[in-house]
Design a protein around this ligand. Structure first.
Ligand code: DAK
Length: 259
């Protein structure tokens, strides 16, 4: 991978979209590398949480590549959208938690990539938006769906219809991000959050992600059954036995083993 860099740090990993000359815009090569990133992370049981950020100090991702998109036919546009949607859905359904550390512009496909992650935190310099209607297209990598689910249909429609950008403080106010940090503190905060997650029992954390994601797609009666089954699946794991024994024996639990 040349367009996505991956660095492992203990039980967490940091993926950096690496196309700074184009503000990390998503062309087909970047999308392909993001797909490869998912394969690598899925195959590595040591990675318990993944941070995704952008290279440079200016942009997380400034959108899908407008140069590449500008000459597409309707059929090619649909195929490009499917490429992005497939990759973003694979990121959204990665078993481990994902954190978008948004270090600048997160426009169009960049905002959509961040919304495919479980948690979004950003720099005070970050700018969010879905500028697509200003370019003559719709959001194409899940923006109409994930933004409406995250901030509600009214706010999502306003952002998408107006194509207006918002700053970090407004993104925090509407619930698009969980926290805002000075740019120079963002990556430390993201890694600390990832490490905190990685210290908890990995099987339980993955079950929680699945319960929340799958449960949100069905009605409550079915959602609580999803939770019951995942709850049950944690019992008799080595980490459940150790976690509960440590509590009862009034000691700190041993590092969890992902077993
Ligand atoms: N695509 C390609 N190149 C980009 C880019 C982008 N999205 N954003 C920036 N760049 C390039 C610039 O062209 C410039 O390249 P050079 O001229 O140096 O070669 C370089 O990055 C630096 O950008 P600027 O010189 O413009 O930097 P500024 O600081 O002046 O401005 C900016 C930063 C982020 C405000 C500006 O670059 C900008 O407005 N960028 C475009 C933002 C944008 O509109 N993004 C949304 C793209 S639309 C679909 C599938 C996918 C999508 C939609 C539909 N279907 C299949 C249905 C997704 C759509 C989008 O993401």
């Amino acid at each position: 991978m040349t367009n996505v860099l991956l660095e492992k740090k203990g039980n967490i990993a940091v993926a950096t979209i690496n196309r700074p000359k184009a503000l990390n815009a998503l062309n087909s090569d970047v999308l392909t590398d993001l797909g490869e990133l998912v394969d690598i992370v899925n195959a590595d049981s040591e990675i318990r949480a993944l941070v995704i950020t952008g290279s440079g100090e200016k942009a997380f991702v400034a959108g899908a590549d407008i140069g590449e998109m500008s000459t597409l036919t309707p059929e090619e546009g649909e195929a490009f959208g499917k490429h992005g949607n497939d990759v973003f859905r694979r990121i959204e359904t990665l078993p481990i938690p994902t954190i978008a550390a948004i270090n600048g512009f997160a426009l169009g496909g960049g905002c959509e990539l961040s919304m495919s992650c479980d948690i979004r935190i950003c720099a005070d310099t970050a700018v969010f938006g879905q500028p697509e209607t200003g370019l003559g297209i719709t959001p194409g990598f899940g923006g109409t769906q994930r933004l409406a689910r995250l901030v509600g249909p009214g706010m999502a429609k306003q952002l998408i219809y107006t194509a207006k950008n918002i700053k970090a403080d407004e993104a925090l106010r509407i619930g698009l991000v969980n926290a805002v940090y000075p740019l120079e503190e963002l990556m430390a905060a993201a890694e600390k959050l990832a490490e905190t997650i990685a210290k908890n029992a990995p099987i339980a954390v993955r079950a929680c992600k699945k319960a929340i994601n799958d449960g949100l797609e069905v009605k409550m009666d079915d959602a609580i059954v999803i939770e019951e089954k995942l709850f049950g699946s944690c019992f008799k794991t080595a980490d459940q036995i150790e976690g509960m024994s440590a509590f009862l024996e009034k000691r700190k639990h041993e590092p969890y083993q992902n077993k």
